[in-house]
Design a protein around this ligand. Structure first.
Ligand SMILES: Nc1nc2c(c(=O)[nH]1)N[C@H]1C(S)=C(S)[C@@H](COP(=O)(O)OP(=O)(O)OC[C@H]3O[C@@H](n4cnc5c(=O)[nH]c(N)nc54)[C@H](O)[C@@H]3O)O[C@H]1N2
Ligand SMILES: Nc1nc2c(c(=O)[nH]1)N[C@H]1C(S)=C(S)[C@@H](COP(=O)(O)OP(=O)(O)OC[C@H]3O[C@@H](n4cnc5c(=O)[nH]c(N)nc54)[C@H](O)[C@@H]3O)O[C@H]1N2
Ligand SMILES: [Mo]
Length: 768
């Protein structure tokens, strides 16, 4: 097959044989067909392990196989036969590795032993685990203040490891917990409580079977949570309408074949998904939501005038909410021409969507990064909550809000203490349980931690999983800041960019992965995770660890703690031997959530944490669900002139965040390259760009810094005018550190103001 960058629009339904073939191919390529297939059978089964890919829960119905193409990819790349050991690092200097692509780094395979950076030779060289812990302890104890260290967490870390990590870091003396959630669903965690008193979704899996309408706003389901497609297919088959709101007509939101449906597979059949596809402009969601609400208010008034049943749930509004009159006034003052211009949707379509919503007695609204990654992402979520509240869609079967979480345990990590703004209640309980006084001042989120590195106040960075440096904005600035640190530590399964952009001292500490057996003194251990619907389940690895010299994240946390706090009275060593002891401590610190943890987690598939709005209990200052106002319609500060475009940085079908599996994006028709920009044909014509032209993008900045990425192939794509898209993390150099959500601090990665500049006229294709 040719390696030339190509654009060939995909015309089949998503899923189906394309997905089945891709699954088989990836297992073959990673040489894990037999082992991988065995492991796939154990994935998401009560006695197996949780898929490391996304946070979508398992359905209650029994299916022999509960996995998807992208779960299989995540597993294949984790269970790969490829290994990198001391010889690999001896063969390559770090400078040389830095010149390799992310895809190449990922392809090298699993890390097998601890490594330490040697500045004299610019190589990572072998070290012992004891030497590694010693180095960490020495650096941390040498700091003038614990706040000079940043402790990052990515969302694959188990509840048990995350809980101990948060205890260790607070016992050490800081709340500096930047985490991947800060870049992801933080607007849900910080914004949603202002509306309904909790920063989590309110639906359970069983609600999908009872929903009369489902909305999916700013989320690419078929790629990023493919198992959710099963619920959407079932909903459509029983006639429930689905409204998709997205600037990209994502394939799976249009038509889908379940790879697990033998009849559809045999007959090449498929199910249409979106009954209404709203081709919204980037940043047009508030206008869309206000438009739907405006139509509803009008329908309600008309129904009242005709003496017909009300459209709004006035009983719910009166009994359970606060701020209704102000919302009504705000919405009624919003003009249709502005709604249409900002959303890019017609008034007619918005009214049709309002009709669908009004006809449904139970609506679920799902949303993803297309909503959260804006300068006002948290406030967009308020408007989603407003819309749901207008028809009492909280605390009833088949209804609610469904933030589709990313990493498989990102929600759980926050629940058990990975929080730079801990509550007083939690800190008091921590103090009572462990007998030390935790720091009370808030710590750093991601942006603040980078700022501390730039300012030179941060000295040590420890990364519990993830690829911090490649996930954050302003790549060149971040690289420079990171390389000024005294110590960087990467606790990881695979080599990534974060290990190559390092401090004066640096360590790579390899861990036992989710799919692998975690054998400790008291026998094989299991860990737990909390899925996107607050379900807590066990995960037991089934494969042999990639190397005998790997350690569990839990052991690494405990040994770092002991090396840093030699006099600590906390039972660090005992936790390593028996993870039940950690769960007992979690139950002690969170009695309202985790009482009886060890008993309950062993029953059936586990248990669900309480979500008060399901009982119409609102833990807000008003004691009610709050209607909150959004000033105007702009989710992002208007900036730039008529040549400005809004750039959304998104995932391809073949990547997991910063991990690039291949350079293809099947459903969007892109092959052999990730350096592309998806653009409307009229926007191309206005800039004199032919199909396949090469272009540069430049950020329209307000801080005088030039941010530019060149060598991008222009792909004509059905985008709304003024909206363009390209891939994360390649385009992160365009995202300014100062461009983030005002409530949550989440980088506005879906709305970067840019202009196109044609790169090099000589390199342009001949006009056709
Ligand atoms: N296979 C795979 N699975 C994953 C991941 C992965 O990388 N690969 N990542 C995991 C993680 S951490 C996360 S957070 C999730 C991410 O999953 P998603 O939330 O689906 O994230 P993105 O791919 O960034 O795409 C967001 C969608 O928002 C749309 N969009 C962009 N701007 C706007 C806008 O202004 N309005 C609206 N309405 N839509 C917009 C884009 O077209 C795209 O379809 O997936 C998780 N699962
Ligand atoms: N421009 C732009 N930037 C973005 C986004 C965007 O849409 N656009 N999305 C943001 C979002 S939603 C997120 S969540 C972040 C993601 O940011 P991160 O979570 O930091 O990044 P990942 O790429 O998921 O991390 C992958 C690495 O995790 C390690 N790893 C994998 N499994 C394990 C394990 O079991 N244990 C340990 N210890 N390590 C493991 C591997 O070494 C792998 O290289 O990026 C954010 N950045
Ligand atoms: Mo995420």
């Amino acid at each position: 097959m040719s390696e030339k960058p190509e654009f060939k629009p995909y015309t089949h339904p998503a899923g189906g044989w394309g997905a089945a073939n891709a699954t088989a191919r990836v297992l073959m390529e990673q040489s894990v067909l037999a082992k991988g297939s065995r492991a796939l059978l154990a994935m998401n089964h009560p006695d197996g392990f949780k898929c490391p890919s996304c946070a979508w829960p398992d359905p209650d119905r029994e299916k022999t196989l509960e996995f998807c193409e992208n779960g299989a990819k995540a597993l294949a790349f984790e269970a790969t036969k490829r290994r990198i050991g001391a010889d690999f690092f001896a063969a390559h200097t770090v400078t040389e590795l830095m010149s390799r692509s992310d895809h190449w780094l990922e392809e090298q395979g699993r890390l097998t032993r601890p490594m330490r950076y040697d500045a004299a030779s610019d190589h990572y060289v072998p070290c012992t685990w004891d030497e590694a812990y010693d180095m960490i302890g020495r650096h941390l104890r040498a700091l003038d203040h614990p706040d000079q260290a940043e402790f990052y967490t990515s969302g694959r870390t188990s509840n048990e490891a995350a809980f101990l990590y948060s205890v260790f870091v607070r016992a050490f003396g800081t709340n500096n917990f930047p985490d991947c959630s800060n870049m992801c669903h933080e607007p849900t965690s910080r914004g949603l409580p202002m509306s309904i008193g909790i920063g989590k979704g309110t639906v359970r899996m069983t609600d999908f079977a009872h929903a009369e309408a489902i909305f999916i706003i700013g989320q690419n389901t078929g790629t990023n949570s493919p198992r959710m497609m099963t619920e959407l297919v079932h909903a459509r088959k029983r006639g429930a309408p689905i409204v998709a709101v997205n600037p990209m007509p994502e394939r799976a939101l249009i038509r889908f074949t379940e790879p697990q449906d033998p009849i559809k597979m045999a007959t090449f059949g498929s199910t249409p998904i979106a009954s209404e596809f709203c081709h919204v402009r980037i940043g047009g969601d508030v206008a869309f939501l206000k438009g739907v609400m405006k139509a509803l208010f009008q329908m309600d008034a008309e129904a009242a005038a005709r003496g017909e049943p009300a459209v709004l749930d006035h009983a719910f509004i009166t009994e359970h909410t606060d701020g209704f009159d102000a919302l009504k006034a705000d919405i009624e003052a919003t003009r249709w021409p502005d709604i249409v211009a900002t959303s890019g949707l017609s008034e007619e379509q918005i009214r049709r969507v309002a009709g669908i919503y009004a006809a449904s007695n139970a609506t679920i609204i799902c949303f993803g990064m297309g909503v959260t990654q804006h300068q006002q992402g948290s406030r967009v979520i308020h408007q989603i909550a407003n819309l749901l509240m207008l028809r009492g869609n909280f605390g009833k079967e088949g209804a609610g809000i469904c933030p589709v979480r990313g990493h498989s345990n990102v929600q759980g990590d926050r629940t058990v203490g990975i929080d730079e703004k801990p509550t007083t209640l939690y800190l008091d309980r921590l103090q009572a349980a462990f007998g030390f006084s935790p720091p009370r001042e808030h710590g750093h989120h991601v942006i603040e931690s980078v700022q501390a590195m730039i300012d030179g106040t941060a000295k040590v960075f420890i990364g519990m999983g993830g690829n911090f440096i490649h996930a954050i904005p302003d790549t060149p600035v971040a690289y420079e800041a990171m390389s000024r640190l005294d110590l960087t530590v990467g606790i990881a399964t695979k080599l990534n960019r974060g290990h190559l952009v390092h401090g004066r001292d640096a360590l790579i500490l390899p861990v036992i992965a989710r799919s692998e057996i975690d054998m400790q003194k008291t026998g094989p251990q299991f860990i737990t995770i909390e899925d996107a619907m607050s379900g807590v389940t066990r995960s037991h690895g089934v494969l042999h660890p990639a190397s005998a010299d790997l350690r569990s994240e839990i052991e690494i946390v405990c040994r770092m703690a002991r090396a840093t706090l030699p006099d600590s009275t906390i039972e660090w060593e005992a936790f390593i031997d028996d993870y039940d002891l950690i769960r007992d401590r979690i139950a002690q610190v969170y009695p309202d959530l985790y009482a009886g943890f060890n008993t309950r987690i062993r029953q059936g598939k586990g248990f669900s944490l309480p979500v008060p709005p399901r009982q119409r209990i609102w833990n807000t200052p008003t004691g009610k669900a709050n209607f909150l106002l959004f000033d105007g319609l702009d989710e992002d500060t208007p900036i730039g002139g008529p040549d400005m475009l809004r750039l959304s940085t998104i995932r391809s079908h073949d990547q997991y965040n910063t991990t690039v599996y291949t350079n293809n994006d099947r459903y969007r028709g892109v092959y052999n390259t990730r350096m592309v920009v998806f653009m409307n044909r009229d926007d191309m014509a206005a800039r004199g760009l032919a199909d396949g032209a090469m272009a540069d993008l430049e950020t329209i900045s307000t801080d005088g810094t030039q941010r530019r990425v060149g060598g991008l192939m222009v792909v004509p794509y059905p985008m709304p005018r003024g909206s363009i898209a390209g891939y994360y993390p390649e385009l992160n150099p365009l995202l300014p550190l100062t461009h983030f959500d005002q409530i949550a601090g989440t980088p506005a990665a879906k709305s970067i103001p840019v202009r196109v500049t044609v790169a090099n006229p000589a390199s342009q294709p001949e006009p056709a």
